[in-house]
Design a binder for this molecule. Structure first.
Ligand SMILES: [Zn+2]
Length: 124
């Protein structure tokens, strides 16, 4: 089941908008109700404005009414960057599957980002 999700990430990666780096990344996230969201990296000529595949994927899901804790597994065709590790933790996904160094790795958000920033620190 997770391999199927990873394959979806590979397929969707072809739709990435990455004219500057030519580094195409795809992500697919499965929600608890079985729905799958897909996303790609979207670059911009003003480089820092580019958005990672993980963030476009979760942004789509949140826009559809899903919330942190609604997600089971995320599959990504590249190792998530530091910022996306924080996103994966906040979204409460249980497992993260990604390609790194030619192999597929599976980790939890806690393993990907120990001692992560937590909303509890905001004092809200
Ligand atoms: Zn990222």
């Amino acid at each position: 089941m997770s391999n199927e999700l990873y394959e979806r990430a590979v397929v969707v990666a072809e739709r990435a908008y990455a004219p500057y780096s030519n580094y195409l990344v795809g992500a697919a996230v499965r929600a608890r109700d079985g729905r799958v969201f897909e996303g790609v990296n979207v670059e911009n000529a003003a480089y820092p404005l580019g958005v990672c595949a993980e963030r476009t994927t979760f942004s789509r899901a949140i826009s559809e009414g899903y919330r942190p804790g609604d997600f089971v597994v995320a599959a990504i065709t590249a190792s998530p960057c530091g910022g996306c590790r924080q996103w994966l933790a906040e979204m409460g996904v249980e497992r993260v599957l990604f390609r790194n160094g030619g192999r597929i790795v599976e980790m939890t958000p806690d393993e990907l980002l120990p001692e992560q920033f937590d909303a509890g620190e905001l004092g809200a």
